[in-house]
Design a protein around this ligand. Structure first.
Ligand code: UDP
Length: 146
């Protein structure tokens, strides 16, 4: 199987709830290795650039507000089929639709706000987008593959 790298972001909601360790454990317990990491406060420009593919969507403004509402933890995950494995661990986009056992369901679903799209984590959706997203946040010498 292919060893891949993928970009993961722990979003401001999960950082605010002190869930970095829980999420890192899920990665590590499922064969994903953290090979680069940084905590940062995204600027509006960085968030807009990162989610540029969604700029015509009605939720774009809200998404940029959310992603800049507090610090995020950005990491490169490495492992067999890392892109798909991370997406599997994350679960469906909307926490209410995510399966129990996934990060988004277990850590981001709020029964008092069931339709919220604040969903704890980002993960690249393909090998090519992973390469581009990793390059947005990390220089080559900041990544420490196994
Ligand atoms: N999003 C949102 N409202 C929606 C759909 C998505 O605010 O109706 C946000 C949500 O934070 C999601 C991000 O936009 O993670 C990117 O959406 P995408 O469809 O790429 O989902 P993902 O790949 O993150 O599951």
């Amino acid at each position: 199987m292919a060893i891949e790298q993928t970009l993961s972001i722990i979003k401001p909601d999960a950082v605010g709830r002190n869930q970095i360790g829980d999420i890192y454990s899920r990665f590590e317990n499922n064969g994903l290795r953290i090979v680069a990491a940084k905590m940062m406060q995204l600027s509006r420009k960085q968030a807009e650039q990162f989610y540029a593919e969604h700029k015509e969507r009605p939720f774009f403004g809200e998404l940029v507000e959310f992603m800049t509402s507090g610090p995020v933890m950005v990491q490169v995950l490495e492992g067999e089929n890392a892109v798909a494995k991370n997406r599997e661990l994350m679960g469906a986009t909307m926490p209410k639709n995510a399966e129990p056992g996934t990060i988004r369901r277990d850590l981001a679903y709020d029964p008092d706000n069931p339709d919220s799209a604040d969903n704890a984590v980002h993960g690249s959706d393909g090998v090519d987008s992973a390469k581009a997203e990793i390059a947005q946040f990390f220089a080559a010498d900041e990544i420490c593959p196994r």
